[in-house]
Design a protein around this ligand. Sequence first.
Ligand code: GDG
Length: 467
Amino acid sequence: MAAELVVVANRLPVDRVELPDGESTWRTSPGGLVSAIEPVLRANDGIWLGWPGGTDTELEPFEIDGLNLVPLSMSQAEIEGHYEGMSNGTLWPLYHDLVAKPAFHRDWWNAYQKVNRRFAEKVAELAAEGATVWVHDYQLQLVPAMLRELRPDLKIGFYLHIPFPPAELFQQLPWRRQILEGLLGADLVGFQLPEAAANFRRLVNHRVGHPTMGQDVILPDGRKVRAAAYPISIDTQGYETLARTPAVEERAKELREALGNPRKVFLGVDRLDYTKGIYARLKAFGELMEDGHFDVEDAVFVQVAVPSREAVEEYIALRDEVEMLVGRLNGDLGKIGQPAIHYLHSSQPREEMAALYRMADIMVVTPYRDGMNLVAKEYVATRVDDDGALVLSEFAGAAEELRQAWLINPYDLNGMKAALVEAYHADEAELRRRMRAMRATITRHDVQAWAKSFMTDLAGPELPTGL
Ligand code: GDG
């Protein structure tokens, strides 16, 4: 196999599902990365290399819905050290402003290096001469340098989907220099926001000693590495079309009826992750009910919490906390057949997500820190009637673009409550004014535009076809 475009990400964009007859099959899995990359890969007939989940022995490459997937298996020890350990126990909290305390373990670091090397070696095997390789996210930050060593002919891009922290936090990392050098193996390092790119350049300058010029880092051999912002987006048109289908419209009505036709429906959709601020938003909503701002006839909250990283300790604890709060609020505020919070701990099909977005009057997105947050943009894309309100944390990357949302500080519970009340009472004209402006933004700047600008800067005139 000699591919002209190789996308490398920790996970393949699929989950294995068991069928009733004992056989198993693959289903496309949800997640920010998948929603963003899938259209790019499809358009370029490339291959996607990643871990298929689980601890299967070697699997053959396969095709699903026109995507060419190459699985890279992981042992139980690698999953624990690389994925659950270094990626989700160290880097994730460190890069998200220490919302949880990162743990530093040398054996996790060893597993991280080992897995990154296996990814790099596999890409070196698969890529055609002079091919473009696009490496994704914090689990694979060493791949660019490892790959460059093996295959200097390749064009290597790296994109970080999560925030890149300021020096004061990053410096805690015992392996800070190795990570910076790993990333410098790329020709282009992309971040969600300009501030993250600036953090990276500053750190490279201070810790590795390379000079920078504008957005470029200049290496001793004269090679330049560009570090710049490419805020990610969504398939705006795709979401809009889906939201307009009769089946989705019908389902949105059905959902609303099932909720007892309250005056307003609040909605939260997140992976069950401590960065997302789920607890705080439900607490704020509960307090508003306790304060008498509305009761269950006026408003309900639908929270979809998609199971995530269920083997990691903090996530197990978070689930207990959130579910205890939901139970308490429903016990205190609900009536028979009328809970205040409708809580789903499951993943939903895309059509159901669109119906939920269409059904909801107020979308509540309150992360303590988030690279972008695609859910906020998806909500806006589905509001084809220019109605609905978005309450959005200032600490989500999306807040840089969606300025007309009700922007809140998730650490300020009273501020959040005030915004929820304002959004609840906003009149039609106000909602329309805000929503129109946000819709114009995501129409102009969709995932296709995002991919094109990254790929153009990476590959120059030899841009892969289809973009
Ligand atoms: C990381 C960064 C950045 C969720 N539940 C279901 C489902 N989803 C889809 C959503 C959305 C995606 O998953 C979630 O993306 P987010 O951006 O909100 O958050 P993360 O998963 O944390 O993503 C983030 C992103 O990467 C991209 O760069 O924005 O900051 O943390 O697309 O629709 N999809 C389906 N069923 C679900 O139950 N079908």
